[in-house]
Design a protein. Structure first.
Length: 95
């Protein structure tokens, strides 16, 4: 279980980095270094479409709240994974 949570933590860690892309694009009004939409930009826009509608301020707020939620979930998974690892190392419970 601890190993599974460590994997989830890694995926969520990558997710927080990916969430920064549209957030920074909205904050600084940029479209990217290449000038057009890359494959990653299209995928991010497709998955985050519900959060990217509305005025720029509302979109930034949605993205910041989503970023904080994913970050908190990642930290919770990491904490539980580390806790289970310590339990196994201390031989109190085999997971």
């Amino acid at each position: 279980m601890g190993l599974l949570l460590a994997g989830v933590t890694s995926v969520l860690d990558a997710g927080t980095v990916v969430l920064l892309i549209p957030l920074l694009q909205r904050l600084f009004h940029t479209t990217g270094a290449l000038g057009g939409a890359t494959g990653l930009d299209r995928d991010i826009n497709r998955y985050l479409a519900p959060f990217l509608t509305g005025s720029n301020g509302a979109v930034v707020l949605h993205l910041v709240l989503l970023f904080i939620a994913v970050l908190l979930l990642k930290n919770l998974c990491y904490y539980i994974s580390a806790y289970l690892s310590v339990l196994v190392q201390e031989d109190r419970k085999s997971v």
